[in-house]
Design a binder for this molecule. Structure first.
Ligand SMILES: Nc1nc2c(c(=O)[nH]1)N[C@H]1C(S)=C(S)[C@@H](COP(=O)(O)O)O[C@H]1N2
Ligand SMILES: [Mo]
Length: 177
């Protein structure tokens, strides 16, 4: 376990101008959304405490995440029957994807604060996904867009050999060809 919070990403921390920043929801949805930072911050918020497990072996326990429940987004975009997966795209061109039913779990959120402070840029500020029941490569930092899809698009690390299902309790670290 670890009490400090390791920083892990494959390129540098992107420089983000909040005045130009938007959050977009597209694909298999009834309502395509484009929200400014202010509009996103005005949505109802939740605080959820969860553990964080990196596939390389470290975990950080009892993170107090504050942000927008994933459910809150689906209430607004209204996914179509055909929506089964969601691709998450980030400012560093990182992507990952998850089945929609896993994102609807009540511990999943788009977080903008961690342990009582605004989420630091190196940890994904202004907005990151948090999926406690999956390895942390599913918890995308610097999230800019969600795309609801019928077929699953394979993400950055998943294309490079990490498990697509990413369940830490089953120790699903690596994908099978
Ligand atoms: N956009 C983006 N999100 C990302 C990554 C990345 O490289 N880019 N790395 C992932 C990996 S492998 C881990 S372990 C966690 C690390 O989060 P942290 O740096 O806040 O500890 O972020 C995940 N989210
Ligand atoms: Mo990771």
């Amino acid at each position: 376990m670890t009490t400090d919070f390791p920083v892990l990403h494959y390129v540098g921390v992107p420089r983000i101008d909040l005045n130009k920043w938007t959050f977009e929801v597209s694909g298999e949805v009834a309502h395509h959304l484009i929200l400014s930072h202010a509009e996103l911050m005005a949505l109802p918020s939740v605080i959820l405490v969860s553990d964080f497990h990196c596939v390389t072996g470290w975990s950080r326990f009892d993170n107090r995440w504050e942000g927008i429940s994933f459910n809150e987004i689906t209430v607004r975009c209204n996914p179509l029957e055909s929506a089964r997966f969601v691709t998450i795209s980030c400012d560093d061109n990182y992507t990952t994807s998850l089945p929609l039913d896993q994102l609807l779990d009540d511990d999943v959120l788009l977080a903008y604060a961690h342990d009582g402070r605004p989420l630091a840029p190196e940890h994904g500020g202004p907005l990151r996904l948090v999926v406690p029941k999956r390895y942390a490569y599913k918890s995308a930092k610097w999230v800019r867009a969600l795309k609801f899809t019928t077929e699953q698009e394979i993400g950055f690390w998943e294309q490079r050999g990490y498990s697509n299902s990413a369940d830490p309790w089953k120790e699903e670290r690596f994908g099978r060809p």
